[in-house]
Design a protein around this ligand. Structure first.
Ligand code: SF4
Length: 51
């Protein structure tokens, strides 16, 4: 289980100081079904616009 999720998306409402994710859990999805070839093909679906 991931303990510390680092994230650079500063305008997400869950993003905290030090590029940390404050969400209880996150859901990472692939752009192409349930598989990905590299990190560029994945995204955080838990993102919600904040500040
Ligand atoms: S919910 Fe996703 S986009 Fe938002 S801070 Fe956490 S990892 Fe980043």
């Amino acid at each position: 289980m991931a303990q510390d999720v680092l994230c650079e998306v500063s305008n997400c409402k869950y993003n905290k100081e030090g590029k940390k994710c404050g969400a209880d859990q996150i859901f990472v999805v692939s752009h192409k079904g349930n598989k990905a070839h590299n990190s560029e093909e994945t995204d955080c679906k838990t993102f919600e616009p904040g500040m």
